[in-house]
Design a protein around this ligand. Structure first.
Ligand SMILES: C[S@@+](CC[C@H](N)C(=O)[O-])C[C@H]1O[C@@H](n2cnc3c(N)ncnc32)[C@H](O)[C@@H]1O
Length: 261
């Protein structure tokens, strides 16, 4: 706009047009300087440190009952970062899973969120698993609750049966976040995910990635080990587009069918 104003003033007057060139350059330089000043461009190192500082601030606030300890979906507590929930909505809309398996129900807020998105999309249902029973979990025609450990023989047999009858299958892992448990879940649930759909490993941010540095090996370490031997999945970093995610390297997209399936 600035450039066009200068050009307009110079129209039809040769001397003015020559004189306006340095002014135009100065104007462009000013625009560039403003872009940098207003953070349209930040060097990658500064960007990372800003995002990590905010990530720690946001995550640790749960110790005071804030942020993800004070997040709900339609009145039901939901222990998630809303930026991730928005990405889940985008994934569900794009990939149209018929069955969404969630390990770790807690109060049922995330299951209700997933079921609500399925309602809007007009397809899909949620099978959610927790080792504990809890009062007050929401009833919804698209939600089925299953009690037991996500890695127990009975539970996995039932989930396999449900997945067999479904078309497209998506899985979210949000139960016990220790590395061994997540790795076992990846081994058991990975084969159920259909090509083109997602296996989301939640809370890979713990153990210093960048929060809870004392957590010990967790989801991130399980993901890395799993990927060493599973070329069927790729990390879809495009799903980390909102800078802050509780699931860094946790958006796994299945790119091909498991051998033998
Ligand atoms: C982080 S919470 C789940 C939060 C929930 N998905 C949400 O976003 O609101 C973890 C849940 O995993 C459950 N859990 C722990 N170990 C488990 C296991 N081995 N199998 C299934 N659920 C388990 C806990 O009982 C707890 O309710």
């Amino acid at each position: 706009m600035l450039s066009s104003r200068i050009q307009h003033r110079g129209e039809g007057r040769g001397r003015m047009r020559i004189a306006s060139l340095p002014r135009r350059l100065a104007g462009e330089l000013k625009t560039l300087r403003n872009l940098v000043r207003h953070r349209a461009y930040i060097d990658p190192k500064s960007e990372r440190s800003i995002v990590e500082a905010f990530h720690r601030l946001y995550y640790d606030a749960h110790l005071f009952g804030k942020t993800w300890r004070d997040t709900s979906w339609m009145g039901i507590p939901c222990a998630k970062c809303p930026l991730d929930l928005w990405v889940y909505q985008e994934i569900i809309f794009e990939t149209r899973p018929d069955l969404i398996v969630e390990t770790g129900t807690f109060n049922g807020g995330s299951a209700l969120y997933l079921a609500s998105v399925c309602d809007m999309v007009g397809a899909g249902r949620v099978l959610t698993i927790d080792v504990e029973a809890r009062r007050g979990r929401p009833s919804h025609r698209r939600i089925q609750y299953l009690q037991g450990s996500s890695t127990s023989r009975d539970v996995i047999a039932e989930v396999r049966e449900e997945a067999r009858g479904a078309g497209r299958v998506m899985v979210l892992l949000d139960s016990d976040h220790s590395k061994d448990h997540v790795l076992e879940e990846l081994r058991l649930y990975g084969p159920l995910v259909t090509p083109g759909n997602y296996l989301i490993v939640e809370d890979s941010n713990v153990n210093g990635h960048p929060v809870s540095p004392d957590f010990g090996p967790g989801p991130m370490e399980a993901i890395e080990q799993f990927l060493e031997r599973n070329a069927d999945f790729v990390v879809d970093e495009s799903r980390q587009k909102f800078y802050l995610t509780f699931n860094p390297r946790g958006y796994l997209r299945k790119v091909k069918a498991e051998r033998g399936s």
